[in-house]
Design a protein around this ligand. Structure first.
Ligand code: HEM
Length: 412
């Protein structure tokens, strides 16, 4: 159990996210938080956080909050520091991405991209994902073990999203490298070296994407990137900056979370002692198993929002325009008010949706794709390697925002 101190009367929590006992098993700390004060002021992080299922679900949809603030206020007004010059390329790549925009810019961009991600379109990728999963397993099943994240979990999502966008699959290792270097920025207080490195990766990534976009303009193809280049909404097309930002987001979001969800799911199932044969017996049990993995072992635990105006929340929580709040998706998924015996992995439960993909305006556009990748890659893996077991207790990453494994060594 991590060192957590809770002052219920004042709703103040002290908890160090770098404490291995916390990041290895955040659910234990969440149970304490649910028991004492699901809305709390996190002392180390100096802002309010929300852990209850109902609260998180409602706040994600609450239009008084947004992922962005500079569309309604200036930095000076908010007393925000000036942008860091050594992060200019990183900021430019983020600035026009779907995830960082609010309506009306968000609506326009999301509508253009959405068509490719509706379930009907995504279902067509099924043979591709199955074939790829089998081909990867063919590559290591004759060995006596494997490091699954690199050999399997990482390759499937990046290959599929690159193919969808129409980006050469040979670029996968560069894409992974850029993405890993960029997502290190999402830790709490990244170091100067992390910032420099993320900025350099962003510059290389953007230059690469601009080249690919120019090629697609010359020779349009039947892929998502061409669709984004040529689509118009109300007579407007996406700008070069929007195209670059959104493609980078799709490539990064398109695999970082799914990799860790595959890893977390395999670990959870192997440690549960439950029979994989039963878990994946039918399409219905597979679906329940995947949803329970998403609930119990979610890869993304926290997202932030800005108050877009002064807001009074539940009694005693007054926010000023520009204040940030933290929404603990990972904790909402184990709220005992919503899920019975929440810290137990029980794939037969049918107690309603988890919030692992968020909710509201920014609800994960890739959810149908991620779900399909999980529903195919997990059963195929367990069917092909029925004697698969953990070689050792896997080490969990020292990162709160990305709950995933350092590596996943398996033997059979
Ligand atoms: C298990 C895998 C995944 C998880 C748990 C996940 C989770 C999330 C969450 C929680 C959000 C909302 C963030 C917020 O509200 O601030 C989000 C947004 C987003 N996700 Fe995912 N995601 C996954 C896979 C994917 C995939 C495969 C793609 C794309 C191919 C993708 C693309 C996006 C995009 C573009 C957004 C921004 C949507 C918007 O702002 O309108 N994600 N994701």
């Amino acid at each position: 159990m991590p060192a957590i101190s809770i002052d219920s009367a004042q709703r103040r929590v002290c908890l160090n996210t770098r404490d291995p006992a916390f990041y290895r098993d955040p659910l234990a700390a969440y149970a304490e938080i649910h028991a004492h004060c699901p809305s709390f002021y996190w002392v180390e992080r100096q802002q309010w956080y929300f852990a209850g299922y109902e609260q998180v679900n409602v706040l994600l949809r609450d239009r008084r909050f947004g992922r962005q603030i500079l569309h309604v206020a200036t930095r000076e007004e908010l007393g925000m520091p000036a942008p860091k010059p050594h992060l200019a390329d990183f900021d430019a790549l983020e600035a026009y991405s779907l995830l960082e925009l609010e309506p009306p810019a968000h609506t326009r961009l999301r509508t253009l991209v959405n068509r490719a991600f509706v379930s009907r379109q995504i279902e067509q990728l099924k043979p591709d994902i199955e074939q790829l999963s089998h081909a990867l397993i063919d590559g290591f099943e004759m060995d006596d073990g494997v490091e699954l994240l690199q050999a399997y979990a990482e390759t499937i999502p990046v290959t599929i999203i690159a193919r969808m966008l129409g980006i050469p699959v040979e670029a996968a290792s560069d894409l992974l490298d850029w993405s890993h270097r960029m997502v290190r920025m999402y830790v709490f207080n990244p170091s100067y070296e992390t910032e420099l490195d993320a900025n350099e990766a962003s510059a290389e990534f953007a230059a690469y994407l601009r080249g690919i976009i120019a090629e697609k303009r010359r020779a349009p193809a039947d892929d998502l990137l061409t669709h984004m280049i040529t689509s118009e909404k109300d007579g407007e097309r996406l700008s070069e900056a929007e195209l670059v930002s959104t493609t980078a987001l799709l490539l990064n979001a398109g695999h970082e979370a799914t990799v860790h969800q595959i890893g977390n799911a395999v670990k959870t199932i192997l440690q549960s002692g439950l029979s994989a044969k039963d878990l994946f017996a039918t399409e219905a049990t597979t679906e329940l198993t995947v949803e329970e993995c998403l609930r119990f072992a979610a890869p993304l635990h926290i997202f932030q929002r800005y108050a877009l105006s002064d807001v009074e929340l539940e009694e005693g929580i007054s926010l000023r325009k520009g204040d940030k709040i933290g929404l603990l998706l990972g904790a909402a998924n184990v709220d005992p008010k919503k899920f019975s015996d929440p810290n137990t992995f029980r794939p037969t439960r049918d107690e309603g949706a988890n919030v692992s993909f968020g909710a509201g305006l920014h609800f994960c556009i890739g959810a149908p794709l991620a779900r399909l990748e999980l529903k195919l890659s997990l059963p195929i893996l367990f069917q092909r390697l029925p004697n698969m077991r953990l070689k050792a207790e896997p080490e969990v990453k020292d990162a709160f925002h990305f709950h995933g494994l350092e590596r996943l060594d398996l033997a059979w």
